[in-house]
Ligand binder design. Structure first.
Ligand SMILES: Nc1nc2c(c(=O)[nH]1)N[C@H]1C(S)=C(S)[C@@H](COP(=O)(O)OP(=O)(O)OC[C@H]3O[C@@H](n4cnc5c(=O)[nH]c(N)nc54)[C@H](O)[C@@H]3O)O[C@H]1N2
Ligand SMILES: Nc1nc2c(c(=O)[nH]1)N[C@H]1C(S)=C(S)[C@@H](COP(=O)(O)OP(=O)(O)OC[C@H]3O[C@@H](n4cnc5c(=O)[nH]c(N)nc54)[C@H](O)[C@@H]3O)O[C@H]1N2
Ligand SMILES: [Mo]
Length: 717
């Protein structure tokens, strides 16, 4: 979302600098932003489809032949086993590439896939579950109003490395420094991260015990008469239920298990309640863990109980210029347990099975076995729990299609790899992320370089693959007609006249869908009804973006429950409290594993950019001196790390930035597999921490993976 100034000549990027005039980022960028030119020019980047030939080797193919081969492979699975044997995995870049985000829905709808898997269930699914149940819409996720808050809690997030996540804001660490000038920042994390340098207090917490700590905060709020429902009073239901649940969980009861003191919890509760404006931001460390849903629910509850939900400086909802489909009232996935996975019997949550089920669904024979997979911009061989089993399962598929720009750990198992365009060859708009932006702003960037004539955009590839899964022959797939139909449906859902809307725009693809969202959005021209309103054409006149102000209270529009109320105590969530309180009596494991991120990484896929992987090895095990010494592991030496699921070897960094009893590995590494084409990444392979993650270690209400808090043993190699 940060504004870039790209200097180029003769089709080559010469220099990328921050755009100081950008209304959003005002001259800020991170090191990854400067490397779009490297990504574009990377000789390893795929520029033509790869099709596996009869001897098992990849050969370059033309697009018609590649689509033909997809149809052959998918068609065979479809006719032999039916659509239930076909599924898809959707990875993280779908959130950043609107050619994909806009068309994944069409792909699924056309294909008629009953269930898909996504990076969501190793990421924010608990938060989606919470928002679906509290507000009635899974993607209406409130963000901390960071520029106006006086007290900010950052729990299980490290914006120093990651920037925001479900918080879009340029230069979060600098914003935290400004919060400190007005008040206080507290970081709750088992690791003393870089973010702690921008905070007043580090509160170490044992992995997976966040919800206990949060409930103890709620306990204090009620116990000490600090609850102030304020403006939300009439809109909240379930307050009493929350009080009863927390009544049993005083700081004195939980602090020991959390690895903190009762005083620390009491002080946190009092200070949070006393602040004029306070916001509680919790992220991946609170999601990717055993009690992800509870730990993602309570921050919103605490804010509601202290008058900090939907008010300035608290948790608020962005008012994006274009509401992404996922956030529309008709765009939310709903429902729980309508289906159960075949092998493990895991209930579906919001239309998805846990990603950790995928391997067993592929490698376990029997009716309903997955035989075909469409992997859309994802690298689950690295990112999924029990990664080793998935790596071994993918070759057993009858058909695998990867939509990916790289021949990497996952796509190397595909029968066909269909590459998308580089970021510089297509328009760009971080459509989804503006939904959690701290200001109502928008920006659209044109493509810099024209793609080669024969290259389809990813939206077209997805549309074609959807049609293929539905059994349409490639030569009979009318891309323009299907896209017109899709556009018309969305226009009708958005309250526009489909025919007039269709007539008002020309080119098919995501731009006209974005235009539709802008025009029917809060500042839109409503196709002429409001002639001064915004359109994509008008936005294009502002290459530095437009800014329409800070977040505003809007709970009335956000909540979709028929009674208009925020449900503070949804049954699906509170049913999990018993599992949490049992945790109180469980012996504390001597050593547990957590994950971390680094500034110059992006999950598993920017490791082929030399300037981003240069320097000191980042794939190391962080361990506290008190844990290292008795185990005989020393700084710089190699250790063996084992869990119930696997064993890896990794260099050690002894550091008191870890709390004792917790070790940390970055995720996204392990680039030493045969058959990939990532020459730089191979030189900096690292190891995959997900080889250690047990597939059945999940947050129960959401099915989300618990890749944090895994019991491990560490010994010298
Ligand atoms: N242990 C552990 N595991 C984790 C996490 C953790 O913290 N710890 N984090 C989890 C989280 S939050 C996430 S989001 C997931 C990520 O999981 P994934 O989404 O599976 O992994 P990425 O590494 O983001 O993979 C992105 C893939 O998309 C490709 N790609 C990049 N850009 C484009 C593009 O524009 N078009 C196309 N078609 N392809 C593109 C890349 O080559 C790469 O193959 O990992 C999860 N796994
Ligand atoms: N540079 C860079 N930026 C990124 C990414 C990247 O890979 N690199 N990935 C992007 C993606 S896909 C996402 S989802 C976001 C994630 O953004 P963040 O949520 O900020 O992710 P991390 O930086 O991994 O920080 C997670 C923190 O949680 C802590 N933690 C682990 N377990 C627990 C626990 O049980 N309780 C608590 N309280 N803390 C715990 C870890 O020590 C770590 O400091 O970042 C995005 N931004
Ligand atoms: Mo993520």
């Amino acid at each position: 979302m940060c504004g870039l100034e790209v200097h180029h000549a003769d089709g080559e990027v010469k220099l990328i600098r921050p755009n100081r005039n950008d209304v959003w980022s005002k001259g800020y960028i991170c090191p990854k932003g400067t490397t779009l030119g490297h990504l574009h020019a990377d000789p390893d980047r795929l520029r033509a489809p790869l099709v596996r030939n009869s001897s098992g080797n990849f050969v370059e193919a033309g697009w018609d032949d590649a689509f033909e081969r997809c149809a052959e492979l998918i068609g065979k699975v479809r006719s032999e086993y039916g659509i239930d044997a076909i599924t898809a995995y959707v990875g993280n870049p779908a959130a950043h590439n609107y050619s994909i985000s806009r068309y994944v829905g069409l792909f699924m709808g056309l294909a008629g896939l009953p269930v898909i898997y996504s990076a969501g269930t190793v990421d924010q699914w608990p938060k989606n579950v919470v928002c679906q149940l509290m507000y009635g819409q899974a993607w209406r996720i409130p963000a901390p109003d960071i520029e106006r808050t006086d007290f900010m809690v950052v729990q299980g997030a490290n914006p120093h490395a990651s920037q925001g996540s479900l918080l879009a804001h340029a230069d979060v660490p600098a914003a935290l420094d400004r919060v400190r000038e007005r008040g206080k920042v507290v970081v709750i994390d088992p690791r003393r991260t870089g973010t702690v340098k921008h905070a007043d207090q580090w509160l170490p917490v044992r992995p997976g015990t966040d919800a206990l700590l949060q409930l103890a905060v709620v306990n204090v709020l009620f116990d000490e008469g600090l609850v102030r429902l304020g403006h939300l009073g009439d809109r909240l239901k379930g307050v009493d239920e929350v009080r009863c649940i927390a009544a049993e969980l005083s700081p004195e009861r939980v602090a020991g298990v959390c690895g903190t003191t009762p005083e620390a919890v009491r002080t946190l509760a009092r200070e949070f309640a006393a602040a004029d404006r306070a916001a509680w931001y919790a992220r991946i460390g609170t999601c990717n863990q055993e009690f992800g849903t509870l730990a993602s629910w309570l921050p919103d509850v605490i804010c509601a109980l202290t008058g900090n939900l939907d008010s300035e400086g608290g948790l608020m909802w962005a008012n994006p210029v274009a509401v992404p489909a996922a956030q529309q009232d008709w765009g939310s996935p709903r429902g729980f347990g309508r289906r159960h996975s075949r092998v493990r019997g895991a209930p579906e949550a919001l239309g998805q099975f846990p990603l950790s089920c995928l391997a067993e669904e592929i490698d376990t024979p029997g009716p309903g076995q997955i035989k075909a997979l469409v992997a859309i911009c994802g690298n689950p061989v690295i990112s999924a729990p029990d990664a080793g089993r998935l790596d071994a399962a993918l070759p057993q598929l009858d058909a695998m299609i990867s939509l990916d720009n790289a021949l990497n750990e996952t796509s190397r198992h595909a029968d066909v790899i269909l590459p998308g365009l580089s970021a510089l060859e297509q328009p760009h708009c971080d459509e989804l992320l503006w939904g959690w932006a701290t200001r109502s702003a928008a920006k659209w960037s044109p493509p810099l370089f024209p793609p080669a004539d024969d290259r389809p955009h990813e939206w077209e590839i997805l549309l074609r693959l959807g049609a293929t899964c539905a059994g349409m022959a490639p030569e009979h797939t009318d891309v323009a007609a299907i896209d017109d139909g899709y556009f018309s449906n969305l226009a009708a859902l958005s309250g526009a006249d489909p025919e007039a809307a269709l007539a008002a725009t020309s080119e098919p693809g995501p731009d006209r869908l974005y235009d539709l969202s802008i025009r029917t959005g809060p500042w839109g021209d409503r196709y002429g009804e409001n002639p001064d309103g915004l359109t994509l054409e008008k936005l294009k006149e502002h290459p530095d973006g437009i800014d329409l102000g800070p977040m505003v209270p809007r709970i009335g529009e956000i909540v979709l429950h028929p009674d208009g109320k925020v449900d503070l105590a949804p049954a699906h969530i509170t049913a999990d409290i018993g599992r949490l309180t049992e945790r109180l009596d469980r012996p504390v494991e001597p050593l547990v594993l957590t994950s971390r991120r680094h500034l110059r990484s992006n999950n598993s896929w920017m490791h082929n950019v030399k300037v981003l992987v240069s320097g000191k090895d980042r794939c190391t095990l962080l361990i506290h001196p008190e844990d290292a010494a008795p185990r005989g592991v020393t700084d710089g030496a190699v250790a063996v790390v084992s869990s119930s699921n696997g064993t890896i070897e990794v260099p050690v960094e002894v550091s008191d930035e870890m709390m004792p009893g917790v070790v940390s590995l970055p995720h996204g590494w392990g680039h030493d597999k045969p058959g990939t084409r990532q020459s730089v990444a191979r030189e900096h392979a690292g190891v995959n921490n997900n080889l250690l993650a047990p597939p059945d270690f999940v947050d129960v209400p959401s099915g989300n993976a618990a890749v944090n808090g895994i019991p491990v043993e560490v010994a010298p190699a």
